[in-house]
Design a protein around this ligand. Structure first.
Ligand code: PLP
Length: 442
């Protein structure tokens, strides 16, 4: 059990002691950050220490903490009204947000939007819509995936066994290896992309022996695996998957909860793959921290009957206006291009660092969804878990917020509008932490 006080000041330590006495021990805290306030890409703790934010509230604050336009829109909305229930009545904020999402949806033709409050609810909605539409009850997911913690989404989540232990997930899911070319687990034929290897495994083994494709409602997949280690799928995987789904009448659901709304330099990470999904799940970055999530699907797919799904709070007016304003800011401030540009700058800096630091085994990602995998030896790829943990703690104690992913990886996901001087400052603290971690843990 990790609950460490290391790095917290006296005020923070007192608060952590009270937290431990009252809040659920199921929260697995990364380190002893006790937040007082935040602005843009900087955070201050209750002892007055300042941090550069390379994690953006777990890839949520795409336009930064407290963007002035979002603050203004939320305040105005609170002065008008803040709840009536979208499942029973109408209001403009939800319609306008729906229209904006419709406009940026990664699929041709008219789509429709359903609103819940969180990522896991978005995934639940996608599962239910796929069952409703196809009349089928089996699904395909991926090892390493994270889709949420309610019992439907947990059936797909296969990132850490502690997340599933003691629970009985309710949906029938067949898990496949994710097309991770850095750590392939299937035997790859010569001249074949590992993306093809995974699809061949599904077709030639799983469909032939244990699972009839006619029983499969949908495949649920992250366009870049997030909690599982920031893994970009091997080339060719998504185009083969799309073709296979079409051939068998299987829906393709993409979970863009972490990768969506500009994080990878496009509105949706699936756009890098040049295939169109049937259902998109969104949450996290859409609302700038106001709880909102949901799904987008073509109207031919989202044609369920009134009453077949709904939510009391989903799409509430404050969260909806926060989301609409966030999307407008991304557009007005050209943050897709900015994510691409800053992401490339950070990737280049990390690749250069890899020349000086042997533990940096792999640097990968798209835009500002960047992952690094730490190894004890580049040949054997033995995972350097202690080194990774030491690095994160050292960075925290020296003013940089990072979070892990996968078994031995770290993600870099700052706000898309992080100023260049904070990028430089963060990278400087990062390299000092890496130097210290290599000296102590290699
Ligand atoms: N899907 C992905 C890809 C995620 O990264 C997460 C959360 O990290 C979820 C789903 C679950 O979202 P929430 O925690 O809002 O339920």
């Amino acid at each position: 059990m990790k609950f460490s006080m290391a790095g917290a000041g006296p005020v923070g330590q007192k608060l952590i002691k009270r937290d431990i006495n009252v809040l659920s021990p199921s929260y697995a805290r990364e380190y002893a950050l006790v937040v007082d306030k935040a602005e843009g890409s900087e955070v201050w703790d209750v002892d007055g220490r300042r941090y550069v934010d390379f994690m953006a509230g777990v890839a949520v604050l795409n336009v930064g903490h407290r963007h002035p336009h979002v603050v203004e829109a939320v305040k105005e909305q609170i002065d008008k009204f803040w709840h009536v229930c979208l499942a029973d009545f109408y209001y403009p904020q939800a319609v306008e947000l729906g229209e904006k999402l419709q406009q940026i949806a990664p699929m041709d033709g008219r789509s429709r939007v359903y609103f819940g409050n969180s990522g896991t609810e978005a995934v639940e909605a996608a599962i239910k819509l796929a069952m409703y539409k196809t009349g089928r009850t089996r699904f395909i997911g991926f090892f390493g995936a994270f889709h949420g913690r309610t019992l439907g989404s947990l059936s797909f989540t296969a990132s850490k066994s502690v997340q599933r232990a003691n629970y009985l997930p309710g949906v029938k899911v067949y898990h496949l290896p994710f097309p991770n070319a850095y750590r392939p687990v299937l035997v790859q034929q010569a001249d074949e992309s590992y993306g093809d290897t995974v699809i061949d495994y599904l077709e030639d083994l799983v469909f032939r022996t244990t699972l009839s494709p006619e029983d499969v409602a949908a495949v649920l997949v992250e366009p870049i695996q997030g909690e599982g280690g920031y893994i970009v799928p091997a080339p060719g995987f998504f185009s083969r998957l799309r073709e296979l789904c079409d051939r068998h009448g299987i829906l393709l659901i993409v979970d863009e909860i972490q990768s969506g709304v500009g994080r990878t330099g496009k509105w949706w990470a699936i756009e890098h793959e040049e295939v169109q999904p049937d259902i998109v799940c969104f949450a996290k970055g859409v609302g700038s921290g106001m709880p909102i999530g949901g799904i987008i699907a073509p109207e031919a797919i989202m044609d369920w009957k009134p009453g077949s799904h709904g939510s009391t709070f989903g799409g509430n007016p404050v969260a909806a206006i926060s989301a609409l304003t966030t999307l407008q800011v991304i557009e007005e401030e050209n943050l897709l291009a900015k994510a691409d540009e800053t992401g490339q700058y950070i990737m280049d800096a990390l690749v250069e660092m890899a020349g000086r630091h042997p533990s940096l085994g792999d640097v990968r990602g798209r835009g500002l969804m960047i992952g690094m995998e730490f190894v004890k030896d580049r040949e054997t790829k033995e995972r350097a878990v202690k080194l990774r943990d030491h690095l994160i703690q050292h960075a925290f104690e020296n003013g940089l917020l990072l979070i892990p992913c996968g078994t031995n990886s770290i993600r870099i996901t700052p706000p898309l509008n992080i100023p260049h001087k904070l990028v430089e400052e963060g990278l400087h603290i990062f390299e000092a932490a890496l130097t210290d971690a290599e000296a102590k843990c290699l």
